[in-house]
Design a protein around this ligand. Structure first.
Ligand code: PEP
Ligand code: MN
Length: 478
């Protein structure tokens, strides 16, 4: 059962971080003592400079708020990922690049949730693998930026860093990092999780409702009909099972485990959400089931690396072609010293060509050393470019090519291609170009400017996401 400590313990001050002694400066971070605040002794990239007093108030309020997820749920995800790590299971991560205050609505959450359910059905039925569903939801707000400032017409202001930090509008006031936005984001996360919990256990995810998951605008597309045919087949299987006496009203048929994850970037927020589990005395970051460190902040010796090594959650690490086999072994040594399957998910994001060139040496080394790692492909972050008419976009063909490369390389190396990580939405947006049906073009009738709504990186629309799921199912079938 979920067992996060009592309210009194939640409010208790977290262990003070000692100033660095000569010894701890010299010791590797792995040997030094960890506490939820020990990251403050290290250089922190991408964290804004806040007004201290306002920050303290926001941290206190968050530390006194209910956890968003519970230790027991986190442990269930760990064991699901552990099975996938051993080759039995496939993970689908999906959701916005950045959640926003403006775009939030019950329908927005539901539509992303239902596309992920559809993709999971496609991969489970078509690919014959149990699928673990994880939303980039209920916490995916803070964004790493390549530059901390932005200059327009000679005016320089702090960069927009996500709705839980500042506002996108280009004024000094809007761009000022405001700690109370963390609290506002927390409350939105609580609502999002409430919606997700209701939909995953309250009948919406019931396998007898498969046809209802199709979104209206997807109905008209090739993916929509392909999905409808699949749903009909599953319904026939269910009818057959009922006929031979299988009870299809049990939770395996009527409910769906759905987990949340986000980039572990805004450490004051993550620390405030970190709670001691009363049954084990261990620390869980109760802001999400899984936290990942991004490509820009995953380096040893930095604050994010320090924070993540001490939490009991499963953790993800983004890996570009800049990560050497040694770097990856160091990550595994630090985050998973006991070599527990499911503890670390390595999310590669390289683009197809670099992946073919670079990933085999990493996979071979990790395999040769007998390290447990679940491999997931993020085929979007290595494929972002600016279109001729100025939109930050991605091409579905390049995304598909990276996924194909991922499966090919894992096949060559004898390792398990364990999942995909996509920026996508349940809306019919026109943010990524390509797709077989209802294709988005740079500046045609369904040009990028038709419905370009993202607050950050371009997302696949649901038809594009389903097209990718059908391709993945083919590869899983082998
Ligand atoms: C992201 O997932 O939105 C992101 C910024 O990824 P990366 O750290 O891989 O660039
Ligand atoms: Mn992104």
């Amino acid at each position: 059962a979920a067992s996060v400590s009592s309210a009194a313990a939640l409010l208790a001050p977290q262990p003070a971080t000692k100033p660095l002694t000569a010894r701890s400066v010299l010791a590797s971070p792995v040997d030094a003592p960890w506490s939820p605040g020990s990251w403050r002794n290290y250089e922190a990239k991408q964290i804004p400079k806040y007004d201290e007093e306002k920050l303290r108030k926001a941290e206190e309020e968050l530390a006194g708020s209910a956890p968003l997820v519970f230790a027991g749920e986190v442990r269930t995800l760990m064991s699901d990922l552990g099975r996938a790590c051993k080759g039995d299971g496939f993970v689908i991560f999906g959701g916005d690049c950045a959640e926003s205050f403006d775009e939030f609505s019950v329908d927005h959450v539901r539509d992303t949730f239902r596309v992920i359910l559809q993709m999971a059905l496609i991969c489970t039925y078509g690919g014959g693998q149990p699928v673990i569903k994880i939303g980039r939801m209920a916490g995916q707000f803070a964004k790493p930026r390549s530059s901390s400032t932005e200059t327009i017409d000679g005016v320089t202001l702090p960069s927009y860093q996500g709705d839980n930090i500042n506002e996108d509008k280009f004024t000094a006031e809007a761009r000022e990092p405001n700690p109370s936005r963390m609290v506002k984001a927390y409350h939105q996360c609580a609502q999002t999780l409430n919606i997700l919990r209701a939909f995953s256990t309250g009948g919406y995810a019931d396998l007898s409702r498969l046809h209802n998951w199709n979104l209206d605008f997807v109905e008209q597309t090739q993916q929509g009909s392909q999905y409808r045919r699949l749903a009909t087949k599953v319904e026939e299987s269910l009818r057959f099972m009922r006929a031979i006496g299988v009870d299809t009203t049990t939770p395996e048929f009527t409910q769906s485990n759905f987990y949340t994850a986000h980039e572990c970037l805004l450490l004051p927020y993550e620390q405030a959400m970190t709670r001691e589990d009363s049954t084990t005395g261990r620390w869980y970051d109760c802001s999400a089931h899984l936290l990942w460190v991004g490509e820009r902040t995953r380096q040893p010796g930095l604050a994010h690396f320090e924070f993540v090594r001490g939490i009991q959650n499963p953790v993800g690490v983004k890996i570009s072609d800049k990560a050497s086999p040694d770097d990856v072994i160091e990550i595994l040594d630090t985050f998973n010293p006991k070599n527990v399957p499911g503890k670390v998910t390595l999310i590669t994001r390289m683009s197809a060509d670099k992946l073919r060139e670079h990933l085999p040496s990493v996979l071979n080394r990790v395999k040769a050393e007998g390290r447990a790692a679940l491999w997931v492909c993020d085929p979007v972050h290595g494929n972002t470019y600016t279109s001729s008419n100025g939109f930050k976009t991605r091409d579905v063909a390049a995304i598909k090519a990276e996924i194909q490369a991922f499966f090919d390389v894992h096949e060559q190396c004898g390792t398990h291609a364990g999942g995909i990580h996509l920026e996508m939405t349940g809306k019919d947006v026109t943010e990524c170009v390509g797709g077989d049906m209802n294709a988005v073009t740079v500046d045609g009738p369904r040009g990028l400017d038709t419905k370009y709504l993202t607050h950050c990186d371009p997302r696949l629309n649901s038809a594009q996401a389903l097209e990718i799921a059908f391709m993945v199912a083919e590869r899983l079938r082998g």
